[in-house]
Design a protein around this ligand. Structure first.
Ligand SMILES: Cc1cc2nc3c(=O)[nH]c(=O)nc-3n(C[C@H](O)[C@H](O)[C@H](O)COP(=O)(O)OP(=O)(O)OC[C@H]3O[C@@H](n4cnc5c(N)ncnc54)[C@H](O)[C@@H]3O)c2cc1C
Length: 396
């Protein structure tokens, strides 16, 4: 509702229109006033994870005017918390039997591209599956040694299309948590996966999320545990507590996808699939498919605090399925993945009033003056719903 609902006299209405006209005429100047010279760049990158750092490196070496905004106090902060059990699933392939640097680099899943020969993860650890903290140290060194221009503790809260020097609506205006405005011609969004995906299951609030669940094994001693989610996070969690829990059941809406079968790095890796062994060797642990969509089953809690799954409709169940619903659990853990969040871009998208085209290889979108570009950090994953590696989004 652009104008108030109160009765408006002609003169008050005319006054309002006049004020709006003056404001719209002044807006390019108002924006320019709040923008210091330091806050105007050709390129803005949001996020100093591996994706943002890699883009930053290329912009830097090409002599471009750029800035990277990072909401936390360090580069690579994702890896200070994730994976929760602190072992990377990206391999540290230190030797390939080849002297060809390109060939060897292609088999290194963690190091970023640079002209500094010390900046390879193999110089930081011998572990084939490195500890995540080592990767954080590597990414911090990468940012510092290459002197990338990163502005820490700056969380971009809003992105909008706004006027440039001439008043044309062709620039991106970014606003941080303190209301400071930055302007750029090209925006690269490399904000990663931060928002947990919470499935639409009634009673899911009884489950603890992967993002905040306890890592203290003693909390699972003798407990009956259900893990919802059978990706790497679910299996990594099962591995961590298998020596403590009475039994662990794992469920998801689909079959387990094993990386060595699918050839996709984001599917369940062999290092994580110990729970399949314990299931196949009849060690009380269980695997089942259940959540085929909202409305199939729900999570309930009885008066003694036991958690259990209950079917929405018992009539379709066979004996095996009925037995699944007879188990009680002390703890349910939700390991159902993360979502890309682009909500900071919403204002921008609504303003353009057009869908943003998403392409694997980049290139101008047909529908809008924006395009997405997926950076090949190591490889281009083929799955749309889950990316194994970094993928900045570039808007121009
Ligand atoms: C549970 C889990 C485990 C994983 N394990 C591995 C692994 O072992 N090895 C591996 O290679 N990959 C792993 N990945 C994938 C990993 O997320 C990516 O490889 C990598 O982190 C992606 O890099 P990125 O730069 O795109 O995003 P991120 O590393 O997430 O970096 C994004 C950065 O943007 C910042 N940011 C976000 N929003 C804003 C904002 N509004 N303003 C300013 N800054 C902002 C964040 O603070 C963060 O530093 C895992 C993913 C998950 C979910």
């Amino acid at each position: 509702m652009p104008f108030p609902l109160r009765p408006v006299t002609l003169s008050a209405r005319a006054m309002e229109v006049r004020v709006l006209l003056v404001l719209s005429f002044l807006s390019p100047f108002i924006v320019r006033e709040t923008l210091s010279r330091n806050n105007v760049h050709k390129y803005c990158v949001i996020g100093a994870g591996p994706g943002g750092l890699q883009i930053g490196y290329f912009l830097d070496r090409a002599g471009r005017d750029y800035i990277i905004f990072e909401k936390n106090t360090t580069a690579g902060s994702f890896f200070t918390h994730y994976p929760r059990h602190r072992t990377l699933i990206s391999i540290n392939k230190r030797h390939t039997g080849s002297k060809n640097r390109e060939f060897s680099f292609r088999h290194d899943w963690n190091s970023l591209i640079s002209d500094d020969p010390t900046l390879f993860l193999k110089h930081y650890t011998d572990e084939y599956f490195p500890v995540a903290d080592v990767y954080v140290r590597y990414l911090q060194d990468y940012a510092e040694q290459l002197q990338l221009k990163i502005q820490y503790e700056t969380e971009i809260k809003e992105v909008d299309k706004g006027p440039d020097e001439e008043g044309a609506d062709s620039c991106f205006h970014l606003k941080d948590q303190n209301g400071v405005v930055y302007r750029c011609d090209i925006l690269i969004v490399s904000t990663g996966l931060w928002v947990p995906h919470v499935p639409d299951i009634q009673g899911i609030e009884h489950a603890q999320g992967y993002e905040s669940m306890s890592l203290d094994r003693r909390d699972y001693e003798g407990k009956r545990v259900l893990i919802i989610g059978r990706g790497n996070a679910g299996f990594e969690t099962g591995n961590h507590i298998v020596g403590n829990a009475a039994y662990i059941h794992m469920t998801a809406r689909s079959r387990i996808k094993l990386a060595y079968q699918t050839h996709y790095v984001g599917d369940v890796r062999a290092i994580n699939n110990q729970m399949i062994d314990t299931y196949q060797l009849k060690s009380l642990d269980g695997q089942f498919e259940l959540f085929t969509g909202a409305g199939t089953a729900y999570i309930a809690k009885d008066s003694k605090g036991n958690l259990f799954l209950s079917p929405m409709d018992k009539s379709f169940l066979d004996d095996v399925e009925t037995s699944i619903f007879s188990f009680k659990y002390d703890t349910i853990l939700r390991c159902t993945g993360f979502m890309v969040t682009t909500c900071i871009l919403l204002t921008c998208w609504f303003k353009s009033n057009k869908p943003v085209s998403s392409r694997r290889e980049g290139g101008p979108g047909d529908e809008a003056n924006m395009y997405t570009h997926i950076l090949r950090r190591v490889s281009v994953p083929y799955r749309a719903q889950s990316f194994g590696f970094a993928f900045p989004l570039c808007l121009v």
